[in-house]
Design a protein around this ligand. Sequence first.
Ligand code: 86X
Length: 505
Amino acid sequence: MATSNTDTSNARKKEVKKETRLGLTYKKDKDFGEWYSEVCVAGEMIEYYDISGCYILRPWTMAIWETLQAFFDAEIKKMNVKNVYFPLFVTENVLQKEKDHIEGFAPEVAWVTKSGQSEMEIPIAIRPTSETVMYPYYSKWIRGHRDLPLKLNQWCNVVRWEFSHPTPFIRSREFLWQEGHTAFATQDEADQEVLEILELYRRIYEEFLAIPVIKGKKSELEKFAGGFYTTSVEAFIPNTGRGIQGATSHCLGQNFAKMFEINFENEKGEKAMVWQNSWAYSTRTIGVMVMVHGDDKGLVLPPKVASVQVIVIPVPYKDADTQAIFDACRSTVDTLCKAGFRAEVDLRDNYSPGWKYSHWEMKGVPLRIEIGPKDLANKQVRVVCRDNGAKMDIPMHSLVEQVKEILSNIQESLFNAAKQKREACVKVINTWDEFIAALNNKKLILAPWCDEEDVEKDVKARTKGEHGAAKTLCTPFDQPRLPEGTLCFASGKPAKKWTYWGRSY
Ligand code: 86X
């Protein structure tokens, strides 16, 4: 088949153009939503799929998930939590066992109704969460006080067929999570575990993802309806002025024990009901990380979770000894890997150094090392920090110590920068007018509140608009002093506590 010269040259032009089309179309400050999707895809974390709300999690994402998983899994094992796996499917009968629990959620449940071409006799649901799947077996397995505590966790996927706007990681119809379900003889033990787990969630956000979170208790309106009380870690996205629930740790009280008859014989030989908890964090954590740290050049990954912490790029010049530069790159990576860092070299010969810089910046690699002829001659490397663009020359002999120091500084300064940005958004208010002004200014609002459900409902109703209503995010455990006589910003009644309010994801 004949191909004209023009065709070939156009094709080549197109190819080169595609290769060089690096950089984002959208700006974080201008079009946040579009920027976010673009960064997830261009950073190679996510690929869109042909089912709305379902996303492919690429290796760049899964490596982060596995790091968080390794940490959390080891920590809960220290607490003597055991891993299990319950089936994905649940019959209608079992799902509906707890009517009140399911009621509000029913529209989100996805069903399998056919096998091949034939209708199934009994349709089966795909788990949206596993209470009703697991608790019948808790009832069977728990007989006496010696069977307690029962502490189980599973790493799995769940499906919630949401109809509101899907967003990668943040609101997807299928997501990965861990769900912990524990049962105790006493409320005391349950209470204590709720907080121990919440602390692990704080550490995931603050120590790994470099995101400051607020620990607190959910209002009656916002708690898990089937539970006794809900605690959470709450993050904040300054660009949109929205709060986002990072993870939850619930005390379920004895509500589910009643429904599922999870009873035991206590030490006195009396019949008693267990106290239960449940707790979860999901791949949403990764979305919060992208939103908080990303910039106009792409992802910014905290060193502790980045699957590549250091990318080494050769910078050969025409008359330089390319082989020697390549060798220096390889040995640099070797040294770093042996010292325990996650380092890689990009030796591809079909991309320019400049293209590679943009590529790895887009992917958020915390540290870039460039090695050119001058570096080789001076026995040094050039390092560039992803977060602030800082550049320095490091002598080869102190490579490991300096890289260690720099990465740990990046981890810390990402957290500090995020915290500073969040603090700049916190607005303490006392009156309704101040509340509305702060809400319109995308603030994270801390307000004195009477803690009445009807008042929260009223605030929701009065702030309903195209951007969504304001609600409570949490009542922080760390309470500022509440001066005597302080009134609720919304009702004018005596305030009982300081609570964070805002729009949320
Ligand atoms: C609430 C509560 C709880 C175990 C956790 O937050 C931690 C881990 N579960 C989950 N929830 C539902 O119960 C629920 C139920 C159905 Cl049927 C649904 F379609 C969606 C749901 N979403 C949340």
